[in-house]
Design a protein around this ligand. Structure first.
Ligand code: KG4
Ligand code: ZN
Length: 337
């Protein structure tokens, strides 16, 4: 079955046609990154307006690239939460309009579930149950993927997400938005042991994260150096920051895998493109005898293909939205739709 999927939760307007959850027939992404650079981050109002301008062209191109017409499409999948509310509403309303006019089902897709589903496209053999580290600009979760549509949160961040920590650290170092991407690039040759940052203790759950302290420590390191007129070695500071984040994420994921008996581990979300995180996870999974799944690099960031993959499994489990479906800025991944 072919699903037309739409994604507009942040600063990418994306549409895709995916067959049976795993075969991507088209994947069109119109990125707004360049338009937000001068502001140092995503401006929600600009994002919404740009989605509204781009969406019909992006959907049209996705159909053309897939060599399809709307008649070939059996359902419309759409991201409805979590994300920037105005941005989400553009994709959601467009999807509702299509579903209504075509008389075809509307399938609601949770953004983090779709990030996890990017792995089904990359690894056709991957099936739940498995453990997934979901790390994006707004979320950092360790999730048990019990089935395609049933999730248990094992740990999550108490404050900032891993992506937010890297984005703001990068900004303090004078790097452009999106900071995490640029920090990864400039710190490839840096010394990860040049700066020592503590691993935070989080009371309560040993699988919860906290990244705000690390973010502040990196920002303070930059400001203190400036006040003293000292030079910061950006590759070294960047490498030390990323290495600390990657070590915390990998360490807790490995502990959770052992405690909960998972031998299949997946990575998901924009931060899963990070080279040090990928290397650390690869090394640690090999050492522990776990099989590691990572999305292809072009599927780590926001895209429509991952929405189409998850929409297929939501559809198969009977999830349908009525035309009064709203968008939500926040929504737990384990919420029953
Ligand atoms: O999943 P995503 O594209 O959007 C959200 O759902 O938030 O994630 C975006 C986040 C940003 O914080 C961005 O800086 C980060 O992913 N990111 C990276 C890399 N590529 C994207 N962080 C570190 N290294 C990267 N290579
Ligand atoms: Zn995302």
């Amino acid at each position: 079955m072919k699903i037309l999927a739409i994604e507009s939760s942040c600063d990418e307007t994306a549409a895709s046609v995916v067959e049976d959850g795993r075969t991507v027939l088209s994947n069109v992404v119109a990125s707004q990154v360049k338009d937000h650079i001068i502001y140092g981050g995503v401006v929600p109002e600009i994002a919404s307006r740009m989605h509204a301008t781009a969406i019909s062209g992006v959907v049209k191109k996705a159909l053309e690239d897939a060599n399809c017409t709307l008649d070939d499409i059996e359902a419309i999948g759409v991201t409805y939460a979590p994300g920037l509310i105005g941005a989400l509403l553009v994709g959601l309303n467009f999807a509702k309009g299509l579903a209504y006019s075509l008389g075809k089902p509307l399938v609601p897709v949770h953004h983090l579930r779709s990030h996890i589903a990017a792995n089904y496209i990359t690894s056709p053999d991957l099936e739940p149950p498995f453990l997934c580290l979901v790390v994006s600009g707004g979320h950092s979760h360790i999730v048990a993927v019990n089935s395609y549509t049933d999730f248990t949160i094992i740990g999550k961040t108490r404050d900032d997400a891993a992506g937010e920590c890297m984005d703001k650290s990068a900004r303090a170092m004078g790097l452009d938005y999106p900071g995490g991407v640029n920090l990864d690039r400039v710190s490839k040759e840096g010394n990860p042991k040049a700066y020592k940052f503590p691993h935070p203790k989080v009371d309560g759950s040993k699988y919860d994260f906290s990244f705000s302290g690390l973010k502040t420590a990196v920002v303070n390191t930059v400001h203190n150096a400036k006040q003293k007129g000292e030079e910061i070695n950006v590759p070294d500071l960047g490498a030390s920051c990323i290495d600390t984040v990657a070590e915390i994420l990998t360490g807790k994921t490995m502990e959770a895998a052992e405690e909960f008996g998972f031998t299949k581990i997946a990575l998901a979300g924009g931060v899963s493109a990070n080279s040090r995180l990928r290397a650390k996870m690869t090394e640690r999974c090999e050492r522990n005898g776990y099989k590691l799944y990572m999305p292809r690099l072009d599927l780590c960031g926001d895209n429509g293909a991952m929405v189409g993959a998850q929409a297929y499994y939501e559809y198969k489990s009977g999830n349908r939205a009525s035309l009064d479906l709203n968008a939500f800025a926040t929504m737990p991944i384990d919420e029953k739709i």
